[in-house]
Design a protein around this ligand. Sequence first.
Ligand code: AMP
Length: 446
Amino acid sequence: MKYAPLKGVHDLINQDADDIYRIISLTSLCANTYGYTPIIVPTIESTSLYQREQKDSSDMVTKEMYTFLDKGNRSISLRPEFTAGVLRAVISNKMHTQKELPIKLYYQGSCFRYERPQAGRYREFSQLGVEAIDEPSIYLDLEVLLLGCAMLYRLDLDFPFKVKVNYLPSKEGRKKYVEALKKYFKPHLENMCLDCKNRYKTNPLRILDCKVEEDKKLIKKAPKISDFYTEEEREKVELIKDVLKEEEIKFEIDETLVRGLDYYSGLVFEYVVDNKVGDEVGSIGGGGHYDSLVEELGGPSNLEGVGFSFGMERLLRCYQELPNYMPRTGHILFSFIPLNEEGIDVAFSLVNVVRSFGHMPCSMPYKVKSLKAGLRKASNEKASYAVIIGEDEIKKEIVTVKDLHTGTQEEVSVDHFLDYVVSLIQERTMKMFDDGEKKKPKNKKN
Ligand code: AMP
């Protein structure tokens, strides 16, 4: 092969591409319902947006960024995540002074991380997510967490997910907790992995994130984060649990969940899928509250934020594994089969009439085919109807419409073809409405 995709990147084709668009449109609708509007931000930003003065110790920032000098000798990085870019856009466009708070945005697009490719881990992958910016409120944090759940319900009412939740204490408590962790890990450090040794120096909290078996045993016995909460934080954690129970969200408090990036504080969470594929791909999404990032990026100190992002490829894999997953069919509704040159002429004008009317996807070949080949094509396209135009039809100024599900066929006058299409739309809309009424949610909500 002359050109193959680069290591760690992939093409999404056929059903996968179709499903990605389906996921984007369903989750966008959901975000709209919650009052979120779309934002589109650049893929390239100045490297300093991610490598800030208050250095982030995450692997993503320290090791995985795609960074290069442009022709003007400026250091540029490909977007490794959305939060910093979205906040930069809010601040540079002064959205926080011009719009009512909270500012609620959703986004979708590629991210780039130079990671070791493996199942569910790519170097270019796609995220969709939201950011909400306002003065801090645990209710806004919960709204964002619940919006992620609503998106999963919207994709399918039986999506078997759960949310891992933790609460990272404020600066004072965090400082004390970090000191306690350092004291606890110090005598063991020599036998811990290299990453942990580095994290001990840069951000000991992130040791809790270590996936090395031996280190995990130590982490189990480490001081508990909840012992460092203030009374107010304890109450917030209780509120979080109450709301999640009330909303019937399956959740688990995971005191070792610290998330990859250093800017999180307060509520943090991850969405995981409770089945074989979920175990294989890891978390499908995650996010949390950040208290000082808005200010760090040049915004006002009273504004904080909360957001999450889903990894589209992982979401896609889990979505396609759902027991009731149905590939979208009936893309092409009418497959035209002209059996001679004159038939192509008639078909072309009917196809254009139908297309300009909208709603009804149709296809036609520009070369004459036999009836057999035309029907095979219609079947491959999963068309609902074949529209046959042969010598007889041309003489009578009609087309023969064959229902490919029932096998029945009828003659429709060329002049009234559009009326026929309109009546079909009405019939199908009624049927969809009836089916929707019958489909009762087994799980819950939205
Ligand atoms: P993060 O921005 O690291 O919090 O990741 C949010 C979500 O993006 C994760 O839960 C994954 O679903 C997805 N994700 C992160 N890194 C990758 C990657 N290298 N390849 C595919 N998906 C990823």
